[in-house]
Write a protein that binds this ligand. Structure first.
Ligand code: SF4
Length: 399
């Protein structure tokens, strides 16, 4: 039986950290044996919130793929490709963009989050609309009186006047709210950022992805891809599968400062960190702030060190949790144990990463992208025929 097609990707943000290893990469290594996997270097996506990042992308691509290979992503099993080397992504994105409404994109949860972040950064505050309360009670009383007095003409005239005022108030309110909403979108929000999930849909459907590994919080993004696939199939021809989510549990890995682990926060432990750097980072990590002395009982659930124990030291984690809560384990010793475990786990990965030459990595990307392009061209052939008919294909090829 043919293997199902999986599409998954990452923006090239640079070297991978232990959060990536626990959240995505370990899963990718497992999936490549069970599915036909396409792993995308999403370099166009990397520009959606800051087009000036283009210069960083080159170096980041190399570092990221170096780490992918080092953890065991195997280019003989999975297709590792670079999005911008397969321009069919852009063509399909364009055609899909006609099938999605702007209000639908404005409702996308990721866009809303980014918008909220930007608004906060720019100091936008929520504007409260003050619409005067309608003073209709008296008039309604009068209408009732006219009805009781059987003066139908007066009742109708007054009712007409009330309805007109209500209509004017509602219309003014709607217009003002729309204007305020538009004004509250900062100028930094590009079309590319808004259209990000449409490009994502093109990424998945270009390879006829049937399965997409997602965390529960990413389900709304996949829903948009499914909507686009259905809409395309209905409008033109049934070409695309409706991709199913493969729900993956993403272990919680916090950075050494307790925030989400991220290169940009400077709180990450990288797969490429040498032992002394791992030790230093673990030693300087925050723990439970309520556990001041060694014998104080701790709260492992708020401690980044414990979250890493749970993932990378699963066997010992239950005992560590118990001892921490009982005040039998001090943070210095606990961190020492984690540093040892991480060094043991990451050293072979770092050494393997260092063993690849730049040329070998470039070859993997070029070969993977060529394989991806073959599939993408085939899909786009079908898409062009579905949209424009045979004539459309001819004129495209001739041009
Ligand atoms: S003992 Fe370990 S798990 Fe408990 S607070 Fe300290 S570092 Fe965290």
């Amino acid at each position: 039986m043919a293997k199902k097609v999986i599409l998954s990707g990452m923006r090239p943000t640079g070297r991978m950290h232990v959060g990536h290893l626990a959240g995505v990469l370990t899963n990718w290594v497992r999936l490549q044996d069970e599915y036909e996997c396409y792993y995308e270097i999403a370099d166009w996506h990397a520009l959606t919130d800051d087009p000036k990042k283009a210069k960083e992308v080159e170096a980041n691509v190399m570092g990221m793929v170096r780490d992918w290979l080092a953890v065991g992503i195997d280019p003989r099993k999975a297709v590792i490709f670079r999005q911008s080397y397969v321009p069919e992504h852009a063509e399909l994105h364009l055609l899909f963009s006609m099938l999605v409404s702007v209000p639908r994109l404005l409702r996308n949860p990721t866009f809303k989050e980014k918008l909220a972040e930007l608004r906060k950064r720019k100091g936008y505050t929520k504007m409260v609309l003050k619409v005067d309360r309608l003073s209709v009670e008296d008039e309604l009383e009068q209408i009732l009186r006219f009805i009781r007095e059987e003066d139908e003409r007066k009742a109708l005239r007054m009712l007409q006047s009330v309805l007109n005022r209500v209509r004017d108030e509602v219309l003014e309110r709607i217009t003002t709210e729309v204007a305020l909403d538009e004004a509250a979108i900062p100028a930094e929000v590009s079309y590319g950022l808004l259209g990000y999930p449409v490009l994502q849909a093109a990424d998945i459907l270009l390879y006829k992805g049937e399965v997409v590994p997602v965390g529960a919080d990413q389900l709304p993004h996949l829903e948009l891809t499914r909507e686009i696939a259905r809409d395309f199939n209905r409008t033109y021809a049934p070409i695309f599968p409706i991709p199913e989510p493969l729900l993956t549990e993403t272990p919680k890995i916090l950075g050494t400062d307790g925030r989400k682990m991220s290169k940009s926060y400077g709180n990450a432990i990288f797969l490429s960190d040498p032992p002394e750097v791992i030790e230093r980072k673990v030693r300087s990590s925050i723990t439970d702030p309520m556990k001041v002395r060694r014998n104080d009982p701790g709260r492992p659930e708020v401690c980044p060190i414990f979250h890493m124990h749970k993932v990378f030291n699963a066997e010992e984690a239950p005992q560590i949790e118990e001892d921490c809560r009982a005040g039998k384990l001090g943070c210095v010793a606990c961190k020492g144990r984690l540093a040892r475990v991480l060094i043991e786990r990451l050293t072979p990965i770092r050494e393997r990463a260092e063993s690849f030459t730049d040329e070998e990595i470039l070859d993997v990307i070029r070969e993977g992208s060529a394989r991806a392009k073959e599939v993408a061209e085939r899909t786009m052939g079908e898409v062009r025929e579905a949209v424009f008919g045979r004539e459309g294909i001819g004129s495209h090829t001739d041009s």
